[in-house]
Write a protein that binds this ligand. Structure first.
Ligand SMILES: Nc1ncnc2c1ncn2[C@@H]1O[C@H](COP(=O)(O)OP(=O)(O)OP(=O)(O)O)[C@@H](O)[C@H]1O
Length: 299
């Protein structure tokens, strides 16, 4: 393994024990996320993409369980004590001397809880569902910030306004007083990204973050994530079933089917020289844009 690897998944098995059978949602998955790079997991519905992501975050609830394998975090170990970071502290990721195996921690583990936010952050598919309709966006942002940053309420409020501005939300002061149902889907997803980025995580896991959005908003969110990544140098694990999104954002691709990895490689190799028949099928199913191109004489 090269020494710029931040996260390494090794032969991971996550199963759900149902009354009558075992669902092997993740069945021997291995791949790595290098520092500052974007790895896309692609595959059809039910292939185990989300369960892989949730296994990394320690978010597998019963009757699910990681039954074997490793989730090796090569980043620096999480801070001890309350684990809060100082405001404005440098979040440059440093690889630790020894990897921590996140698969050994249960979902309620204190160490894993401290890592969520400052080290690994996650953006989910349904931004609306990620916010409570009972509290304003501002209150929820402030709470998320204060969970991880040693900061007073009014400074957290200012920091939240800065974050909303950074993710491209216009009139952020006004939006702080809005409720999630008063925002558009795209705005809500931007606010969610602001929450995820409040501690400049070393790794952002994005699970279909643009699926619920229209194509224009989707393109804007992808642009936003790319430029934030360039600013921060964070790594991204991006989950999607959309190969158009993969082409836009991936450095490396992991193709999953039935809980297994069928092929991995750099994005160019996967698109131009796919080896596995399933990858070839996925690519063949993408509509050819040339069919819809409007030629000047048609215009
Ligand atoms: N809580 C659960 N209990 C039982 N089975 C589950 C549970 N969560 C996921 N699974 C099963 O694990 C498998 C993988 O699910 P997963 O959500 O990871 O798929 P996915 O590739 O992310 O699909 P999608 O693109 O539709 O989100 C599926 O067969 C799913 O039914």
């Amino acid at each position: 393994m090269t020494n710029n690897i931040l996260l390494e998944i090794k032969d991971l098995h996550t199963h759900y024990q149902l009354d009558d059978r075992v669902v092997k949602s993740v069945d021997g998955v291995s791949f790595a996320v290098p520092m500052g790079r974007t790895v896309c997991i692609v595959g059809e519905s039910g292939s185990g993409k989300s369960v892989t992501a949730r296994s990394i975050m320690g978010l597998i609830d019963k009757p699910g369980r990681i039954v074997a394998g490793n989730v090796l975090w090569h980043g620096r170990p999480p801070a001890s004590g309350k684990g809060k970071i100082a405001p404005g502290s440098s979040r440059e990721t440093v690889l630790g001397e020894q990897a921590i195996d996140l698969a050994r921690f249960g979902s309620t583990s204190e160490q894993l809880r401290r890592m969520r936010g400052p080290e690994i952050s996650m953006v989910f598919q349904e931004p609306m569902a990620s916010f409570s309709p009972m509290y304003t966006i501002g209150d929820q942002l402030v709470e998320a910030i204060r969970l991880h940053v040693e900061i007073g309420k009014s400074d957290a409020w200012k920091m939240a306004i800065g974050l909303l501005d950074r993710v491209g939300i216009k009139r952020p002061e006004e939006r702080m007083r809005s409720y999630s149902f008063q925002l558009s889907g795209g705005m809500c997803q931007r606010a969610m990204i602001a929450v995820a980025l409040c501690c400049s995580p070393a790794l952002l896991i994005a699970d279909e973050p643009t699926t619920a959005l229209d194509v224009t908003t989707q393109a804007r969110i992808l642009d936003l994530l790319r430029s934030l990544q360039q600013e921060n140098g964070m790594s991204m694990l991006f989950i999607t079933h959309d190969l158009g999104v993969v082409a836009e954002i991936a450095d490396e691709v992991v193709v999953m089917r039935y809980g297994k990895v069928v092929e991995t490689g750099p994005v160019d190799a996967i698109f131009h020289d796919p080896k596995h028949p399933y990858t070839q099928q996925l690519l063949a199913a993408v509509p050819k844009m040339t069919r819809f191109d409007v030629q000047p004489e048609d215009a």
